[in-house]
Design a protein around this ligand. Sequence first.
Ligand code: UDX
Ligand code: ADP
Length: 479
Amino acid sequence: MVKICCIGAGYVGGPTMAVMALKCPEIQVTVVDISEPRINAWNSDTLPIYEPGLDDVVKQCRDKNLFFSTDVERHVSESDIVFVSVNTPTKTQGLGAGKAADLTYWESAARMIADVSRSSKIVVEKSTVPVRTAEAIEKILTHNNNSRGVEFQILSNPEFLAEGTAINDLYTPDRVLIGGRGSPGGQKAVKALRDVYAHWVPLERIICTNLWSAELSKLAANAFLAQRISSVNAMSALCEATGADVSQVAHAVGTDSRIGPKFLNASVGFGGSCFQKDILNLIYICECNGLPEAASYWKQVIKVNDYQKTRFANRVVSSMFNTVSGKKIAILGFAFKKDTGDTRETPAIDVCNRLVADMAKLSIYDPRVLEEQIRKDLSVARFDWNHHQIKAEGMLEQVSVVSDAYVATKDAHGICVLTEWDEFKSLDFERIFENMRKPAFVFDGRNVVDAVKLREIGFIVYSIGKPLDSWLRNMPSVA
Ligand code: UDX
Ligand code: ADP
């Protein structure tokens, strides 16, 4: 029986391996992690991450051919294929701080694999890593193990799943990318991994490349996606200034088959663990390779994202007579997108910081994010692209986290919709309006509420990239 092990039971490792186990019943899959609480949660009825459909997949194969364990070394040593899906955050200090990927976790995982291996293995990079990480990992593995006759083949197999739709993305991926060495050993390893995916992915969707191309493709794909969002967000500012409607512009642009309709929703800004981190990585790689113009092109994608978050917060303040001091603002949605409890790099963090810096009192509601997580996110220092601190003083005293949108909005002066949760579309806005201070404002950072209906009720509504209410047009410019 082929044995597969994955180091790292996070948002990528957990769902990916669960689907692999489901689709390959004759393969034993074990997900290992140093975090005992995380593994305990994977073995319980309350999984550590919220992802639609995941519970069902895990229930079908857990303790049959899918296992979760903290016995990292044993399972690594017994496996034929070892996926590495550990966290690769951006470095916060030292060389490349603020841009380069911190490979501490990766390196320690690689050293451990080298230490415990007594048989040859295929080691698969699953977490996004800077280009040529595989080469570094190969050195660690071979230099620490060459006396035992154990051979390692390194493959790059970046994961393209998006949170919230991970299970479908894994069932029917647009493509699976496998990068490996051109040597006979490298090609044999590529084929072995291709055979695993071929259980459920059509062969024409499995793309095999060299190692570096696979690593760079992942960074490039995320950078292209983020660039589309920054493009439409930059357009949203122009739409507001000119009276055009960004949804209509995006629709008209997206019907061009060369452009396509997806990823053109204007928003308060993109978040998530990947986009910003991967672009920073790309910038760093460009700079290290003497390509400052290419680096500065990608920097602009992040700058526009910062601009969009700031612009939104400024719009809230300027619309409410240029002050939110002492006013209650309801924050609906804190996750970086709907259908996930993940808050990494969520635009809500920056918007909340900026509103509290203007002395607002926030009442935050998110259907999936725990209070503990929100408080943790709002207590760390935040900096924008220009290294300006955007963490507000006295933040946590100004914030309450509640478990209901009606409680959050009661006696509020304004509402900010920061995540596009479906339930926000069907709220009883007449009831909400009754219970709010007047004039009552809604600032929709995701274009999810029915602005026409809300205006009929009596709200002053700001929808990102849409023609402005006369009230908002007459307030100071926020550009
Ligand atoms: C992304 C990539 O899509 C995925 O392929 C990769 O493996 C990991 O990074 P993820 O971050 O989970 O996935 O979610 P995604 O759907 O890409 O959304 C990222 C951010 O962009 C979210 O904050 C989302 O709200 C925002 N977004 C997305 C927009 O603002 N507008 C859009 O049109 C699409
Ligand atoms: P991602 O979103 O990429 O899956 P996460 O941060 O959610 O990233 O998950 C990474 C996981 O990797 C964490 O649960 C962390 O505990 C685990 N991890 C990091 N280093 C090691 C290691 N050396 N051995 C085992 N697990 C590790």
